[in-house]
Design a binder for this molecule. Structure first.
Ligand code: FAD
Ligand code: SF4
Ligand code: SF4
Ligand code: SF4
Length: 371
């Protein structure tokens, strides 16, 4: 039976850990309590003697391919980037949501819709806590869901608040309150690696996945470390004054919006020096295992590219259509959605190719090189 010890050898030591928190989430939720996350979000033994060698943390890990085929089968995954039931370009109907949102505010609008119609008791999101900081958050009310929208800068926080937790979070802290409060119907917003980990828990029918009713996945080209040095280099190379920045978003480029509405575009390749190491080996761009996937790529500013992937995801979007969300009018561009899908496919393919190259160089065995 392989255990966390093997995750250390096969995943952590070769630098492949996505820091999704899946292993710690399960071990904590089931009360074995053998693992914890360190300050940087990496899993480690808390009390090794508490490990009963159940082996489930190993199976849950998205880097390990043990459950890959089963998860794919359950979700009717198909090549080249997962099941696509419907693609659309959409935005929130509520202007207040749009004003706060990363792109079109569709995620927030759908979460609020699910909450208002009594379909969820809460949502695991990432709340802004500073100019570059986010903390995992269990939102159990409308206002909390709204507050978690978008990428926003709070200039009152000062530059000393900037640390490398930007874009990086683990949901582990939020599964515990979810279970303590007895919430049984929660929506999870997560990066592809986090969604993959929850899907593996579902395949094993283990807690806390039974309480996650909706998986909303973000497109993801990588997780970037925004330490002092990285920020300084970015600022020098691209003439960015962080004090004038209002929001950032990621499409095919990294976009820095200033308070006057100007957008500075930075090629994603220029951010490579600050990309988290494990993200170089990751093949999932478009959240291939989510109920609905969301990204900015393929859509104009203020709109979100939305891919519904499961019947559940399609039902959620259909219920919110023309109530909480609106689609780009087909009459104005009949090919917009299919172009957005093609653009996403190109980005997805590029990410897979790069990851394959990296894995070949790295020469690791037993890791998830499928898809
Ligand atoms: C790390 C990361 C990388 C991304 N890379 C790309 C990319 O390469 N290409 C692309 O097209 N899109 C990318 N996205 C997705 C994009 O930035 C938007 O989140 C997406 O288009 C949805 O926009 P929206 O306006 O509909 O969402 P909003 O209504 O603004 O809602 C966003 C939701 O995401 C949650 N959230 C924010 N950050 C995180 C996080 N780190 N982890 C989990 N939840 C979070 C918020 O709490 C909120 O609930 C990335 C997002 C993240 C977090
Ligand atoms: S008890 Fe199970 S889940 Fe926890 S560390 Fe040990 S093998 Fe992993
Ligand atoms: S990738 Fe996730 S599940 Fe695997 S070791 Fe890292 S934190 Fe744990
Ligand atoms: S690229 Fe995104 S999905 Fe992949 S490991 Fe990094 S954060 Fe997770």
């Amino acid at each position: 039976m392989k255990t966390f010890f093997n995750l250390i050898q096969e995943v952590q030591k070769p630098g492949l850990c996505h820091r999704c928190g899946g292993c710690v989430t399960f071990c904590t939720a089931v009360n074995y309590g053998a693992l914890e996350l360190d300050k940087g979000g990496a899993p480690k033994y808390l009390e090794i003697e508490k490990c009963i060698e159940c082996g489930l943390c190993y199976s849950i890990c998205p880097v390990i391919d043990e459950l890959e085929e089963e998860v794919k089968r359950k979700l009717a995954w198909s090549s080249p980037m997962g099941r696509v039931m419907e693609t659309t370009v959409a935005r929130a109907r509520d202007e207040r949501i749009r004003a706060r949102a990363t792109d079109g505010g569709v995620i927030t609008a759908l979460l609020v819709h699910l909450f208002d119609t009594g379909k969820i008791d809460g949502a695991i999101v990432a709340r802004p806590t500073g100019r570059f900081q986010r903390s995992p958050s269990l939102a159990t009310g409308r206002e909390q869901i709204l507050e978690a929208a978008g990428f926003y800068f709070d200039t009152s926080q000062g530059m000393n608040q900037i640390n490398d937790r930007y874009l990086t979070y683990s949901t582990i802290e939020e599964f515990a309150p979810m279970m303590q409060k007895g919430l049984r119907r929660v929506a999870l917003v997560g990066t592809p690696c986090q969604i993959q980990s929850v899907r593996r828990m579902e395949a094993l029918e283990i807690i806390p996945s039974d309480s996650i009713k909706f998986c909303f996945g973000l497109f993801c080209s990588g997780n970037f470390i925004f330490g002092d040095a990285q920020r300084k280099k970015l600022s020098e190379n691209h003439d960015i004054d962080w004090d004038t920045v209002k929001k950032i978003n990621v499409k095919d480029t990294f976009r820095v919006h200033d308070k006057e509405g100007k957008i500075r575009e930075v090629p994603l390749s220029d951010l490579d020096f600050m990309k988290r190491h494990a993200c170089r080996y990751c093949m999932d761009y478009a959240s291939e295992y989510a109920d609905i996937s969301f990204g900015g790529i393929g859509s104009d500013e203020g709109w979100t590219t939305v891919i519904t992937r499961t019947p559940l995801g399609r039902a959620v979007f259909a219920d919110a259509r023309n109530k909480s969300v609106e689609e780009f009018p087909v009459a104005d561009n009949a090919n917009y959605a299919s172009q957005a899908l093609s653009t996403t496919r190109v980005a997805s393919n590029e990410k897979k190719q790069n990851a394959r190259k990296q894995l070949k160089t790295q020469g690791s065995k037993g890791v998830n090189v499928v898809s």
